[in-house]
Design a binder for this molecule. Structure first.
Ligand SMILES: O=C(O)CCC(=O)C(=O)O
Length: 271
């Protein structure tokens, strides 16, 4: 059972820009994530962002389903960044205080699931030190080379790559790194990949028979967050640590900290 990131894992992140933690979430947590994702999908809340090569026309043949943000659609996913092991891990990787910057999910249906092309998150966010923001990408289903798992370019977080509009997404930008440096990160369901905002990464097509989802939470050290990053396109970006942290009360109007275990139980109890 995962308890805490080891000094070696923290060092791996600091040296290479990423670290994979295969046992981060346990089987109950994964079951709950899958159940709630199914509910969100059935409620029609995920939308296909894949386009046919013009960046506009939504594809009828390839599908990359996204929900962003999740916190206002799901009390369960709203509580996930408050899980104590998340808060402890992020603090070890980027330092305190930090905020939740974004939360989203990408689901690739079997047979015709589309990847999310190469990009650096810092091409969007442009923080001054690309190691002070980190994504926690969770394999909601086992993520393999065959079903298009996440690929990263190690040792690249400080390289600034040119980005242009991704013609295969309705809103993303993409870059074109040297793919010979890429490594695929295979993870069991519940595995986590932490990677810094500077790291080029992409997912690939899912041509297997089964759907695969990755849930991404982005965290930003508060002293690296420009005010427009905090206030731009979502009304709340909760402080998770530091003197401004209120367990979600100030931003969400309810105390979310301390609810992760009960949210997991609630979700499993519905099945
Ligand atoms: O899961 C995916 O397809 C892409 C996720 C991603 O690129 C991100 O969260 O930055």
């Amino acid at each position: 059972m995962f308890t805490s990131l080891s000094p070696e894992q923290v060092h791996h992140f600091a040296s290479h820009g990423y670290v994979a933690v295969p046992d981060f979430w346990d089987a109950r947590e994964v079951g709950a994530m899958q159940a709630e994702l199914e509910r969100l999908k059935e409620d029609g809340l995920l939308r296909n962002i894949a386009t046919d090569g013009d960046g506009k026309t939504h594809s009828k043949t390839i599908v990359n389903l996204q929900l962003c943000p999740m916190y206002n659609k799901s009390d369960f996913y709203r509580s996930m960044p408050f899980a104590p092991k998340v808060i402890d891990s992020i603090g070890r990787l980027i330092g305190d205080p930090f905020i939740l910057h974004l939360d989203q999910v990408f689901l690739k249906p079997g047979q015709h699931g589309a990847g999310t092309n190469w990009h650096q998150d810092n091409a969007y966010f442009k923080i001054s030190d690309p190691m002070k923001g980190v994504a926690l990408w969770t394999a909601v289903h086992a993520a393999t080379i065959a079903n298009g798992t996440m690929n990263v370019i190690p040792d690249s977080a400080h390289e600034v790559l040119e980005h242009s509009r991704d013609p295969y997404s309705d809103h993303h930008i993409r870059c074109y790194p040297d793919e010979s440096r890429a490594i695929p990160i295979e993870l069991p369901a519940g595995g986590a990949l932490f990677f810094a905002y500077g790291v080029p990464h992409c997912t690939r097509a899912n041509n297997t028979d089964h759907e695969r989802a990755g849930m991404a939470m982005h965290f930003l050290r508060a002293d690296y967050a420009q005010s427009e990053l905090i206030h731009a396109d979502r009304d709340t970006r909760p402080y998770l640590t530091g003197s401004q942290a209120s367990g979600g009360l100030r931003e969400y109007g309810v105390t979310v900290a301390g609810t992760w275990d009960s949210q997991v139980e609630r979700m499993l109890g519905k099945q």
